[in-house]
Design a protein. Structure first.
Length: 405
């Protein structure tokens, strides 16, 4: 564990990092929150399509600014990470705004980049107890959101990436509320945020305090151990105990280093998926108890690659759970599989149509029109643009003439 302690010590933020985050010496897209670590803030980011700047403005409640039909009553709230937030596009280019324009009613955006499934659920609880609550709630699960739910502080999981990409003003994932396995009880428990005030964040600059806070963070160990650069061996006794609780195979003693890493990753995946099932159940129970409706959206680049290469997916547990519990869901992975089949190009060229890291404006538009039929079927009453309204119809045949189709 010496290398893990060294990793923590080398990963602490500087006082300047904290100053930038709290005092806005440098514009960052985040602001502190005492429950989910941080929420959105106003920002201009040099990360948009065609080397443009993306403009993100935020309302008082931390939601991304709605423009389209924003003065109308809202009944749809969306929660998740940066693919819900719609990072790398400007306010009116989000999939929520495209849907709002099509439906004739607002679709509110409470996504926060970097949040995991559990943090998005806690953001949901925060907001749904206010005047901005809604009947219909979308929980969007992307990529490694499952794993983020288990981290005490995602900052320490991404610090290497931050340094390599010179993101030294990015307090992405300070301590937050999260899930952990209680090894004594053999079940997941909900843990509250460790640093609950802006001033307390300066404790993150103290290597000794951070080692004490994180040395037994098994999720952080499993996150960083696949990186050979760090040469970190996680606590195998705890990992095998975790595997036993999850009723899966542990790490055998005769495995070589690469095999061991793969086995640890498999156990971490199962641990993370169990956290997601726990969170979905909490969200579904909350919806049922409060006369609300829940939809879960799945989208993941790792799953997409696996489906294309082998027809299998590592998150099959979640797909099966949603079907078993009859929870309404929408799988964007399969949409992309079907869409890609319509082209005679490489996947790399296909990806350029929709992604610039996150979805570009075209990608958000594609997602909006992919999910819209599922949403129309879900909403009651249907959006005004899908209701039967008696009115005289205009026949454009004569007007269009030979151009009529």
């Amino acid at each position: 564990m010496d290398n893990f302690e060294k990793y923590i010590r080398n990963s602490v933020p500087t006082k300047q990092d904290i100053d930038n985050f709290l005092n806005k010496n440098v514009i960052t897209p985040w602001q502190f929150d005492s429950e989910v670590g941080y929420v959105l803030d106003n920002a201009l980011q040099n990360d948009g399509v065609d080397n443009s700047i993306s403009l993100q403005s935020v309302q008082d409640n931390g939601t991304r600014t709605s423009v389209v039909y924003a003065d109308k009553p809202g009944r749809i709230n969306t929660y998740g990470n940066s693919f819900t937030q719609c990072a790398q596009v400007s306010d009116n280019e989000t999939w929520q705004e495209y849907l709002a324009a099509h439906f004739g009613e607002p679709v509110r955006n409470f996504g926060v980049g970097g949040h995991g499934v559990y943090q998005a659920y806690r953001r949901m609880l925060q907001n749904e107890s206010t005047k901005d609550n809604a009947k219909y709630m979308i929980l969007y699960i992307w990529g490694d959101d499952h794993h983020r739910s288990l981290l005490r502080s995602r900052f320490f999981a991404t610090s290497g990436w931050n340094m390599r990409n010179k993101r030294n003003n990015n307090m992405h994932g300070c301590f937050w509320s999260h899930l952990e396995m209680d090894f004594n009880q053999g079940c997941l428990v909900e843990e509250e945020q460790m640093l609950k005030t802006p001033e307390s964040l300066y404790q993150m600059t103290d290597p000794d305090l951070m080692v004490e806070a994180l040395r037994d963070d098994i999720a952080l160990q499993m996150t960083v151990c696949p990186n050979k650069e760090y040469n970190i061996t996680p606590d195998m006794e705890k990992i095998n105990q975790l595997a036993e609780i999850l009723e899966i195979e542990g790490v055998a003693g005769k495995l070589n280093a690469d095999e061991q890493r793969k086995r640890v990753q498999h156990i971490f995946d199962k641990y993370a998926l169990s956290a997601t099932k726990y969170t979905i159940k909490k969200a579904q129970d909350y919806a049922a108890q409060n006369n609300k409706e829940l939809m879960v959206v799945l989208s993941c680049p790792r799953v997409l690659r696996e489906l294309m290469n082998s027809g299998t997916r590592y998150d099959q547990d979640i797909v099966d759970y949603l079907a078993q519990k009859k929870i309404r869901s929408f799988d964007m992975n399969q949409v992309h599989i079907d869409d890609f089949a319509c082209f005679n190009i490489s996947f790399e060229d296909y990806a350029k149509r929709y992604w610039v890291g996150h979805y570009n404006p075209t990608g958000n538009h594609f997602f909006a029109y992919s999910i819209k039929n599922t949403m129309v079927e879900w909403l009651n009453p249907k959006p005004i643009t899908y209701r039967d309204i008696d009115q005289s119809r205009i026949d454009f045949k004569d007007y269009l003439g030979e151009y009529h189709v």
